[in-house]
Design a protein around this ligand. Structure first.
Ligand SMILES: Nc1ncnc2c1ncn2[C@@H]1O[C@H](COP(=O)(O)OP(=O)(O)OP(=O)(O)O)[C@@H](O)[C@H]1O
Ligand SMILES: [Mg+2]
Length: 237
């Protein structure tokens, strides 16, 4: 079966700085694929290039059999790619409900908006209770849930999640991770970048280790969890 997302020989960076150097990875439909790596290894840059926020210098991004390497971000959203950026970035002056409506702006997502909003409130019941609250007044955990729900409102086939656990209390993290597992079970593929390597490998099907903008190791997540390389680098074992 061919992959939903296929990134091949990808190079990208900022100004003179090359960050991604011949990066190759795939994400299978409906599965959780984790991308782990130390600070500055290029995880956020990868997410931004795939989402179309940073240009491809060379290489390709194929999604659902289509070359999206040069497509603007809005066309990628329309094709079914949605990014939840690092730091969540919700608009503080919009309510929860308004934020969810904004998430459904692409044409494909407009029909069925009400039903999808109801699904978001099932996935995150706190958001229903806070639906008239301004996003800026939510807790960090609620803002993360809102950022995920906003992305899901575009009815994506692949959700790109950058550091969803950052700065959250452990109980909230486990809630968010339960939701990520539920999202994948519903058929939406997830590409998960996460500083909590143990947690991300526990829920992922497959994982890539990024070093200096290229893949240093890859494999089924349970195997990487046991590998000496990952245990030494990330768990201090
Ligand atoms: N806007 C920018 N301009 C110039 N260099 C940048 C910019 N953003 C990131 N970089 C550099 O690109 C490299 C990769 O950064 P990136 O944010 O992709 O790493 P990361 O793996 O997401 O790290 P972290 O775990 O800290 O989130 C780093 O060396 C960083 O300093
Ligand atoms: Mg990052």
């Amino acid at each position: 079966m061919s992959a939903l997302l296929e990134v091949s020989h990808l190079c990208a960076g900022y100004g003179e700085v090359a960050v991604l150097r011949d990066l190759n990875f795939t994400v299978a439909g409906g599965k959780i694929t984790a991308v782990i790596g130390s600070n500055g290894s290029g995880k956020t840059t990868t997410m931004r290039v795939v989402a179309g926020l940073l240009p491809v210098r060379s290489g390709r991004i194929d999604f659902d059999g289509r070359d999206l390497s040069k497509a603007p971000a809005s066309e990628r959203v329309a094709a079914g790619l949605a990014l939840v950026p690092e730091g969540r970035l919700v608009f503080p002056e919009f309510s929860v409900e308004e934020t969810l409506r904004i998430g459904a702006y692409c044409v494909r997502a407009r029909s069925g908006l009400t039903a999808r909003m109801a699904q978001m409130y099932v996935l995150f019941p706190q958001l229903y209770e806070r639906r008239r609250t301004l996003a800026g007044a939510l807790s960090g955990g609620e803002q993360q849930m809102l950022a995920i729900a906003r992305a899901l409102m575009s009815a994506p086939r692949l959700l790109l999640l950058d550091e969803p656990s950052l700065g959250l209390a452990p109980a909230v993290v486990s809630h968010v991770f339960d939701a990520i597992v539920a999202i994948a079970k519903s058929g939406v593929a997830v590409c998960l970048v996460e500083q909590d390597v143990h947690l991300s490998l526990e829920i992922a099907d497959y994982a890539y280790v990024l070093e200096n903008g290229a893949v240093a190791a890859k494999g089924p997540a349970p195997e990487l969890l046991q590998s000496d390389q990952v245990r030494t680098s990330y768990f201090g074992l």
